[in-house]
Design a protein around this ligand. Structure first.
Ligand SMILES: [Zn+2]
Length: 283
């Protein structure tokens, strides 16, 4: 009986020990979850352990991607950018710089004017726009409309007007004041005939002259019998000496009312000079 009492007492105190040994509830954790606005945390508090695990996985998957790591710049030392050097000055011996240096032309250098005629490229890299020629006495021979030509052609044309035509006009009794241009740079085939080779006009290498005006105000077409014979004869002789092609009245139908001059390059230096004076018998 005594042993039975001892056993009962042991069981009583053992039960008390187990009860006080249970971990305390965690009301703080419950309050913290209830205050959270996160649906994942709220569901986690109410769900079984397996569901909580799935919710945690979903929460991880739904997190925004971490900010991309900053790209590592090229570890090599930065290359020092050397400013581009300006292009070298143009060759001092070019015809256009000669024109400018000699101060015999009223002109502007232009940018490239190019086009396509058939299969050939027209134009020139930097043609000159020639508005006038300065004579030795300081007067200006106007060129209307302005001649657009490559520098070699513009140079030879200006020298021709100043050194030959102006002198011939002076011998004819009056100064030279204006040259009327029928054409210069034009991207077209020879004589505007389709299928022909590219005209020298398309290379900015030719000028057409229709008439001249003297200081006395008189204007003469180059085919007019009234034009001073000494002037026309001097024009013809000097043009054929300076240029490689001279075509005028009498050459063909296309040149019946103007003269064409150019600096075409031909094999063996071959030149063409076809211009019949008005008082000459036609061939
Ligand atoms: Zn022409």
């Amino acid at each position: 009986m005594r042993a039975l009492v001892v056993l009962i007492a042991f069981c009583f105190f053992a039960a008390l020990a187990v009860k006080f040994a249970e971990p305390a509830k965690q009301p703080v954790r419950t309050v913290a979850i209830a205050k959270s606005d996160s649906p994942f945390l709220q569901a986690e508090a109410a769900a079984p352990a397996q569901a909580r695990a799935l919710l945690k996985q979903a929460a991880v998957l739904s997190r925004p991607d971490p900010a991309p790591a900053p790209k590592i710049q090229n570890a090599e030392p930065a290359t020092i950018q050397v400013p581009k050097q300006p292009p070298p000055p143009p060759d001092s011996e070019t015809p256009c710089t000669d024109l400018l240096a000699e101060d015999i032309a009223v002109m502007q250098l232009t940018s490239s004017s190019s086009g396509i005629s058939g299969n050939e490229l027209c134009g020139d890299e930097a043609p000159a726009r020639l508005n006038g020629i300065k004579l030795r006495d300081g007067s200006i021979v106007q060129v209307t409309p302005a001649v657009m030509a490559k520098c070699e052609m513009a140079h030879e044309f200006a020298r021709w007007v100043r050194d030959d035509l102006a002198e011939a006009a002076r011998f004819a009794g009056s100064g030279l004041r204006r040259i009327h241009i029928d054409g210069s740079y034009t991207c077209r085939p020879v004589n505007n005939i389709k299928g022909q080779r590219l005209s020298e006009h398309g290379k900015a290498n030719a000028v057409d002259i229709g008439s001249v005006t003297l200081a006395n105000g008189k204007t003469f077409a180059i085919f007019s019998p009234e034009a001073p014979g000494i002037l026309l004869a001097s024009m013809r002789a000097s043009a054929c000496a300076r240029f490689t092609t001279v075509l005028g009245p009498g050459a063909d139908e296309a040149h019946r009312d103007h003269i064409h001059i150019d600096l075409a390059q031909r094999r063996g230096g071959y030149k063409i000079c076809q211009w019949t004076m008005p008082n000459w018998p036609l061939p």
